[in-house]
Design a protein around this ligand. Structure first.
Ligand code: FE2
Length: 389
């Protein structure tokens, strides 16, 4: 009998103050005791890299997502989003379904050979690119030389209609990773800041740390204010361009009018607090998907009167002033997964972006991704008990 290896969560090195690697777990054979440790580690460290899961089946990945939210309806949130909204991200271009677990999607770039967990034909995923989204994208030569950008910072959140609650967790299994020298991440935010990263990794920031970085006045504003998202927010912004840090939309009057979005219903627009509580620790995360925000209901304190801000330029500027100072190298983690690892992140605490790489030079990237619509609202999550690690 193999000696069982004990569960161990080790915080990541570095300055970003979140993330941990986990060993001593077999996700294909996960008992309740170990799952509860994994869950506690996730709510404590917000992002986990579970090492050595090369045999993880898509069905067991799906069941793991469900275990983090047993009352969830069980549908991939992108399915709902794509039905209700048309994304600025051409999802169909880089997502494919896995027959044995249709709520687990293949995200990636390049050839997925026939027979990949039951797929019946070769599929080539062109992969996403920051080029159509950024106002002044990198040139082909810059991309080919190994430069990259933060493509599009986001939360895995449909944000429409009202019943489409943002997933508690996202899981991302690294089946095949591109290979080659490190990329140079350019901030292109008016500074010459750069970072080095391995190709195929995902960039993360963690938003309880963001909340802590705010001034006391900003924290009070964040705690007492609401964000009103647009109906069909991804269709609404589908013609908009982003600044070069992938964090901010330019206000050029390109948002679609409501009457040009068939079926868009004002009554179904989500209105959420700026601050989402951690269901286990109670920590406060500044979680605003600024790209999708349309109005702010601002209050500087509990007893203040509400000021509605509906000028989109002002909405974006207020949010940018609060969160952009946090977007700096010491707060960013390039999730250090290797092939066969599973990344899990608290989708109500982290924001992330995929990172483009030169496909021909580095080869395919095949990831299995899952985030399910949640059973509860991130504004008022069901408390989750902690266990000893
Ligand atoms: Fe995502």
């Amino acid at each position: 009998m193999p000696v069982p290896i004990a569960f161990c969560a080790t915080p990541l090195d570095g300055t970003a103050n979140f993330g941990a690697t986990v060993t001593g777990v077999d996700l294909n054979d996960l008992n309740d005791e170990t799952f509860l440790k994994l869950q506690t580690a996730l709510y404590r460290y917000k992002m986990l890299i579970v090492k050595d899961q090369a045999g993880l089946t898509p069905s067991n990945q799906y069941l793991l997502n469900r275990r983090f939210d047993p009352d969830a309806p069980g549908e991939h949130a992108d399915t709902v989003r794509n039905k209700a909204d048309k994304s600025a991200i051409p999802s169909a271009a880089f997502l494919a379904e896995i027959p044995e677990a249709r709520q687990v999607r293949i995200v990636g770039t390049g050839l997925i050979p026939k027979g990949h967990y039951g797929t019946v034909a070769d599929q080539v995923l062109p992969g996403g690119s920051h080029v159509p989204f950024h106002e002044t994208p990198l040139t082909e030569e810059e991309l080919a030389s190994g430069d990259t950008r933060f493509w599009r910072w986001h939360i895995d959140a449909p944000l429409y209609p009202k019943s489409a609650h943002t997933a508690r967790v996202t899981t991302l299994f690294a089946h095949t990773l591109p290979k080659g020298e490190d990329l140079t991440v350019r901030f292109d935010d008016g500074t010459d800041r750069t970072m080095k990263m391995k190709p195929g990794r995902t960039s993360f920031i963690e938003c309880t740390n963001l909340f802590r970085s705010l001034t006391p006045e900003q924290q009070a504003l964040a705690e007492n204010s609401l964000v009103e998202y647009a109906p069909k927010p991804y269709m609404w912004t589908s013609a908009c361009k982003a600044r070069s840090d992938g964090f901010f939309l330019l206000s050029e009057g390109k948002e679609l009018p409501l009457e040009d979005m068939p079926g868009a219903d004002e009554a179904e627009a989500q209105i959420l607090p700026m601050v989402w509580p951690n269901a286990m620790t109670g920590e406060k995360a500044f979680m605003v998907h600024a790209i999708a925000a349309r109005k702010l209901h601002l209050k500087k304190s509990k007893d203040d009167t509400v000021r509605i801000v509906d000028d989109i330029t002002e909405v974006r500027q207020i949010l940018d002033d609060m969160q952009r100072p946090f977007l700096k190298p010491e707060n960013i983690v390039f999730s250090p997964y290797e092939e066969g690892d599973l990344a899990i992140w608290l989708n109500r605490s982290c924001r992330h972006t995929a990172m483009e790489y030169p496909k021909e030079k580095y080869g395919p990237r095949i990831m299995h991704q899952c985030h399910l619509l949640a059973s509860d609202s991130p504004a008022d999550p069901t408390p989750i008990p902690e266990v000893e690690l």
